[in-house]
Unconditional design. Structure first.
Lengths: 115, 232
């Protein structure tokens, strides 16, 4: 079988494993953020800003952001290879999704690290 | 009892149609869908369907019965609401009426090399298994290749040439777990791509429709576990 050009990992096993690891990271991060929302009675921009100034949370947010991009791409690659059969539709769709995800990653890093 | 049956003869029909039939089950008793089909066939000999053993062993009469795949010979009429809608197995090319082309289904089966491979010299007696080794084949060897599962699987509909489909994946697992087979590394290497078994999304249609009560999704999970253990 021809190796898919845009699949994330080098095998189905790698994609499958990465999708699950990234899902676990996102669940842990989401639970943490939710618990912070519940614990923090001051729902203000300043309170959130202070929380996200912490270096460890910036690293965790970056990890979650990278996990989200990986998770989204593996999922979107699967969807496009399932439903978009003509190459003339599939290839541009995949390129647009890759560019959008990379754009979100760049934008997210800028926001998290205040660049 | 009322029936609505998919009819299509590519040689004479431009497009498929549903045809209604009615049976008086008091005059012509029938317990199973296949028996009803046989009676209908005596009234309309142009109706085509596959059947052989009539008791859920050969797997010839897989079809879509009231929206769910199953074997006509072991589906009781009493369990169905009227009109009983009979269609060919979905996602497969129709040869005629309720008969589908299973060529691709068998190609996927063939890919799994569904036979024991053992490079050791053949012993004087059978290659013996312990009871626990034999037990691992339970839930795998019983498959009759009726096609109900693969035909109910959307992943197989979208990628029939690349994704093995539940039936062939079950067969792959059957030989991977067999203690008498020593080609496990080669078998696993053939399945690690993005499609063969990893296109399964675990929606469990396969287990839901299997007339033998098997669970191909569980078998695919076992293959993935073995790939993971070997690959990490």
């Amino acid at each position: 079988m021809v190796k898919p050009v845009f699949s994330f990992g080098k095998s189905g096993l790698q994609d499958w494993l990465l999708q699950r690891i990234s899902a676990v990271v996102l669940v842990i991060y989401a639970i943490f953020l939710f618990s912070q929302m519940m614990a923090n009675t001051k729902h203000s921009f300043i309170a959130w800003h202070e929380l996200f100034l912490g270096g460890w949370l910036r690293c965790a947010s970056l990890l979650a952001l990278i996990s989200l991009v990986i998770h989204a791409w593996i999922g979107m690659w699967t969807i496009t290879t399932d439903y978009l059969k003509p190459v003339i539709l599939r290839l541009p769709s995949q390129i647009i999704i890759i560019l959008a995800l990379l754009g979100y990653l760049y934008w997210g890093i800028k926001i998290i690290w205040g660049l | 009892m009322k029936f609505s049956i998919y009819r299509y003869n590519p040689e004479t029909d431009e497009k498929p149609r549903m045809q209604d039939y009615e049976l008086d089950l008091k005059k012509t008793p029938a317990a199973m869908v296949l028996e009803a089909l046989k009676i209908i066939k005596t009234q309309d000999e142009t109706l085509s369907f596959r059947r052989s053993c009539g008791e859920g062993v050969c797997g010839s009469d897989g079809m879509n019965i009231n929206g769910k795949n199953g074997l006509a010979c072991i589906t009781p009429l009493a369990s169905l609401t009227e009109p009983v809608v009979l269609r060919p197995l979905p996602g497969m090319p129709v040869i005629r009426d309720l008969i589908v082309d299973l060529t691709n289904f068998y190609k996927q089966y063939e890919k799994t090399k569904p036979y024991l491979q053992n490079s050791q010299p053949a012993p004087g007696v059978e290659r013996l298994q312990s009871p626990s080794e034999r037990e691992k084949l339970d839930g795998l060897y019983e498959c009759i290749l009726c096609g109900c599962c693969s035909s109910a699987c959307p992943s197989y509909w979208w990628n029939p040439e690349k994704f093995l489909g539940p039936a062939a994946a079950l067969q792959a697992a059957r030989f991977i777990v067999d203690s008498r087979d020593d080609a496990t590394p080669e078998r696993l290497a053939q399945l690690e791509d993005a499609y063969s078994v990893f296109r399964c999304r675990s929606i469990m249609n396969c287990a839901d429709v299997c007339p033998k009560g098997l669970n191909p999704n569980k078998a695919i999970g076992e293959i993935r576990d073995k790939l993971l253990k070997d690959g990490v």
